[in-house]
Design a protein around this ligand. Sequence first.
Ligand SMILES: [Zn+2]
Ligand SMILES: [Zn+2]
Length: 77
Amino acid sequence: MPKCPKCDKEVYFAERVTSLGKDWHRPCLKCEKCGKTLTSGGHAEHEGKPYCNHPCYAAMFGPKGFGRGGAESHTFK
Ligand SMILES: [Zn+2]
Ligand SMILES: [Zn+2]
């Protein structure tokens, strides 16, 4: 029986949703930041955690987002 990466409990078939190559409880697959419920394949991911595409992922990790470490030297005016 697969375990939900969010709550670490077993996921039964009836409540299973597969995303990011893992099996989640349907209510457990939600944005780490805003808590919005996500659908399988319809969301973004960062370090194995699910985020909604908008606004969270775009705001935090998108090209225009803040808080991005900036591998390239990139200055915002
Ligand atoms: Zn769960
Ligand atoms: Zn979100």
